[in-house]
Ligand binder design. Structure first.
Ligand code: CA
Length: 228
């Protein structure tokens, strides 16, 4: 079955360019020209991924992203934010908003299609072994894609889940930001390592004291999952 991408973007030219390229690449594409319409379609059309423009009239992209993340019907859908402002990237990927990735305008349609593919592959998580991990109050059930602390389920995005699992599977070993970008994000070329930092920050925050205890920053080196 074809995977469905929802584009939320107010510029019809951009919508048509992106739609053309994604349809060529084998996706089904739906488009919304306003934030409100986008929110409604995200709930009803169940897209596999959302491309969300930052600059939208009325409800802007940041607000839309926040609302998508707070709605249990849409909170698990990967979001790629499209932005012209690099100054917003930290906020976009950060705790508050929780987009999974971003693309800056102007973008090449080819690059965008590549990012969409990678994000969808990552969300599928096909290559992790069928195992579960238990540390104190933390349970990570990989096959079922469930993380809980004291039996309370923690909602993680696909990226946060893969980041956590990647660290857990190499306990005690320091992993550099570049290595994590390769293993979690599948990026071969250098991209901004702040991506890793903002996702780590958000993952820790969601896990609370358990996150602070096990997810260790090694200054100047990277991150590791501590074993007791
Ligand atoms: Ca716009």
């Amino acid at each position: 079955m074809k995977q469905k991408i929802l584009i939320i973007e107010d510029e019809p030219d951009v919508v048509e360019l992106v739609r053309y390229n994604l349809v060529e690449a084998g996706f089904v594409v739906e488009a919304a020209l306003t934030g409100a319409e986008g929110l409604r379609m995200a709930r009803t059309a169940s897209p596999n991924l959302i491309l969300l423009d930052l600059m939208l009239p009325e409800i802007d992209g940041l607000q839309v992203c926040k609302l998508l993340r707070h709605d249990s019907k849409t909170s698990g859908i990967p979001i790629i934010m499209v932005t012209a402002k690099s100054s917003e990237i930290d906020r976009v990927l950060g705790l508050e908003l929780g987009a999974d990735d971003y693309v800056t305008k102007p973008f090449s349609p080819r690059e965008l299609t590549l990012r969409v593919r990678k994000m969808l592959e990552r969300a599928r998580l096909p290559d992790v072994p069928r195992e579960s991990f238990h540390f104190d109050d933390l349970l990570v059930d990989i096959p079922r894609h469930v993380v809980s602390v004291r039996s309370k389920r923690i909602d993680l995005t696909a990226t946060e889940f893969k980041l956590l699992v990647t660290l857990i599977q190499r306990p005690g070993l320091v992993q550099s930001r570049d290595q994590l970008l390769r293993d979690v994000w599948d990026y071969d070329q250098q991209i901004d390592t702040r991506t890793v930092d903002t996702h780590m920050r958000r993952l820790r925050e969601k896990l609370g004291p358990i996150g602070a205890k096990y997810l260790d920053t090694v200054r100047g080196m990277g991150y590791r999952f501590l074993e007791n």
